[in-house]
Every structure is written in structure tokens, then in C-alpha cells.
Write a protein that binds this ligand. Sequence first.
Ligand code: NAD
Ligand code: MG
Length: 399
Amino acid sequence: MKKPSGIAILGSTGSIGRSTLAVIALHPERFKVAVLGAFSSWQVIVEQACEFNPEIIVLVDEAAAMKARAALRERGCSTKVESGARALAEAAGSGNVQMVMAAIVGAAGLQSTLAAVRAGKRVFLANKEALVMTGRLLMDEVRRAHAELIPIDSEHNAIFQCMPGGYLPGDVARGVTRVILTASGGPFRTTAASQMPHVTPDEACAHPKWKMGRKISVDSATLMNKGLEVIEATLLFGLPESQVDVVVHPQSVVHSLVEYADGSMLAQLGAPDMRTPIAQALAWPDRFASGVQSLDLLAMGPLGFETPDYVRFPCLTIARAAARAGGTAPTVLNAANEIAVQAFLDRRLNFVGISTVIDKVLQRLDAAPVTDLDDVWEADAAARRLAVTFIELSAGAPA
Ligand code: NAD
Ligand code: MG
């Protein structure tokens, strides 16, 4: 029997992290959880550590790490506890880790995702922001380090499954003329434009099909998630923005499609449950159970496809323009979005303000070439500063 693979789960306390551990629990002979990492949820990570017995857990927040250390000692667990972003990146690149689930949300995941890539690991990429903000740099590092990048995002995982056998992101997608990302349309698919300024964070996070963290839920409500995914697809599959289409598919059964030169279209279907793409990636190139039931085609009802409403959801238009501009434009887009979404969740900005702020930041900061990570972090910081200013200026303005 094969030796179990050492796996690090970065963002283990989040939605993707928990689903990953649920799949791993079904296959204890295949994986040895070596590292768990998160920001500050010490109670959750302590429970996970007691169940999966990793060598090390890392909480970026120092105070939370101290609490986890005390709790683990009390329970007689031998797991080592470290703190800080650097410790997390080091753990992701360590020798007893062969696979890394990159499931931290936002730009905060870049350092550890990059460390895993540079160490040549098999990286399961949920943290789409790390890819979007660095553009070609991350894919170049994958190639240089002979790492393997397997997409977890359900659409990109679906496309990966529909690619020719042996294909890995970064390879040329031979014979592929187009990829088509499906979008559920989010909670406001049929909401009138006049109602959009008044929607609340809780309404935005009540996604009709998927249960996810709050940041990506808001991204799904604005359709910025689909915009980020267009950019993610251009980078993973080496296609221009014009060859990445988006269709709204409210049933969320078809997770995405690949169109070939011969007129074939291949689609991947499944229940809207992230354990399926996670299991596909963990088992690749094999297949194993995920704990998800397969579809009942006869009970499913008709499937519909619609054009996205680019007027009510300007974030998709803005993201497409950033994809075409390239350079630092996706970095700026992602950073301004992170700031605007947090302001919306904190009730400092209304829903419509999210796209307005991102648009203004992109108008102000011209796209510049990206040659190294310093360019990325500079553009990221400039965009965040400007977004904060625009949000402060808009405070108190009528909805
Ligand atoms: P989540 O909010 O549920 O969890 C986020 C995780 O990241 C938590 O473990 C948290 O502790 C950790 N984290 C946050 N800030 C951190 C920091 N500064 N340093 C270290 N760790 C930090 O988010 P999620 O829904 O699981 O999403 C995670 C990523 O996966 C995102 O990039 C998201 O876009 C992507 N994704 C999620 C889904 C989904 O269904 N949830 C689907 C596709 C892609
Ligand atoms: Mg997705």
C-alpha cells in the first residue's frame, strides 16, 4: 500500500478547510494531516487538531495561538503551535508536506500559497485572489518549481475535469476554442435595480445554492466572483479573456463547460457541494468518494441558461476590462474589491457602492506592467489606500 501523503490545510477553519477535512476523514489511509493553519479561530482549530493529530498548527494571530497552546496542553495533545504569517508559509513549504490546500481568503493567502508553489508541492488552489492579484507571476513560479496546481473553485475544477487526460493548468489547452463558466446569478439575480442599494449584508450572504464564507458570498452577490473567475480562467488555462464566457445557470448543476474545435462541448455536472471538486483534486488522477450523493437526473427538472445582466452587475464588466488591461489592473481590482466588500459587511458602504468604489480606483490607477512581487504589493497597497479614501468620502452620501 502507498504511504499516506502529508497534507497542509491553510484556512482549515473556513468553509473550504472544513469540507477538505470532511473528505480526508473518509480516506484516513491516503492522507496524513501534517499542518493546519488559520487566522484566529483557536477553538475550531484545537478541535481539528485533536481529531486529525497534525504535527503543527499555525494561527497567524499571536494571542489566539497562545490560547490554542494552553487548550491543547490541557487536553494532552502533542501538536506544536506556532504563530505569524511567516510560520504559516514555512509550514506550507516544509519537507513532510507533499500537498497543500490553499484555502485562505483574499490576498492574505498569497504568501503561504506562493511558498507552497515555490517548494514544488501539489497545490489545491481555492484562494483565487492569490492567482488573480499576481497574474502570470504565480503561474511562472509553478512552472519554474515543477509544482502542480489543481483548481478547487468549482468552475475551474469542472473545466480541469473536461480537459484532455493528463492536462494540468499551465499547459497549452490544445483544441480548446472556449471555456464557459456558469454562474448561479447569486441572491439578487431577479432583484430590481432600484432595490439594490438597500440590500443588507445578511441578504447578500444568503446564497441560494452554495454555503460559503462571507467574502466570497458577497462577491457572488455582486458577480465580482465571476469576474475574478474569468481572470482565474485566463491564467490557469492560458486563454485570452475573449475565450472565457459566462452564462447564468440558476440550477447550479452544470459547473462549467469546455468547447472544442470539432464542435464538442464537455460539461461537468454535480450537486452544488464543494466536497466534490475537493475530492476530485485530492484523489487526482484517481477518483474516490466525497460523501456527496450523485444527481438524480429524473428528479432534477429543466436546466436553464441566461446571459448575465451586465448593467445590474457592473462588477463583471469592470473585471473583464481589468482582465483585458492586464498588468497591475487585476491586482488593483482585487485589492479595491477586498476593501469595498469589508466596508459593505461592516455597513460603511452600500451594495451599489462596492462597484462604484472599485471602478473609481481602477480609473485612477493606470495599469502598469508586473515584473516582480514588489510591483504587485505596491499596486495592492495603492489600491487599498485609494479605496479607503473613496469609501470615507462616500460615507453619509445618500444611497
Ligand atoms: P472562509 O471565510 O470560510 O474561511 C477563510 C479561512 O481563511 C479561515 O480559516 C480563516 O481563519 C483564514 N484566514 C482569513 N484571514 C487570514 C489571514 N490573514 N491569515 C491566515 N488565515 C486567514 O472562506 P471560504 O469560503 O472557505 O473561502 C476560502 C477561499 O476559497 C477564498 O479564496 C474563496 O474565494 C475560495 N473559494 C471558496 C468557495 C466556497 O464554497 N467556500 C468556493 C470556491 C472558492
Ligand atoms: Mg466558483
